[in-house]
Design a protein around this ligand. Sequence first.
Ligand code: URA
Length: 197
Amino acid sequence: MSTDRNTADITYSELVKLGLQGIAANILECERCQLNENATNKVIMRGSERPKVLFIGEAPGKNEDEAGIPFCGRAGKILDELLDYMDLEENEYAIINTVKCRPPNNRKPTHKELKTCRPFLLAQIELLDPEVIILLGTTAEQAFCISSLNWGEAVITPEGKHLMKLYHPAALLYRRSLIEQQKKMIDRNRDLWQKIQ
Ligand code: URA
């Protein structure tokens, strides 16, 4: 058995000590699961390192894998519209995913893959330290929460963060009615990010 320390041994608290750049370096080297084998690029984060609002998506798709940037394809256009509707400036938000490598054929990450990538996710959340965390869809919810949330209903986490689940932008691509529902959920919760200076 090898006694070398590799990325598979690094825990969440060790990652936190390394800071965001150190986490990124560990993600780039990571071979904890098979998803890395077909990744063109690891997809780490986009946006501010001091965000008011942190969005957590599911997994990189084809465009994201090619560019190494979260939500830069079709779902990203919808997310950009959402950011606009929320009146968030570029320095007020960040976007990450539950897993950092594209799953084959855009399938959902498995429970095992979510669990394997979780230390990266939790360390990113800790260091980005947002006031509001928005889970985009149920995969993000599974990766982050123990219990299930109601759509658009904010709760407070034990760490004092506002936490809310919204529809994943890809779910809104062809469903006008969901877009309207999503806008209502945002309208009901604007105070969460607008009252923060
Ligand atoms: N869908 C996601 O969940 N994340 C991305 O980065 C792109 C599409």
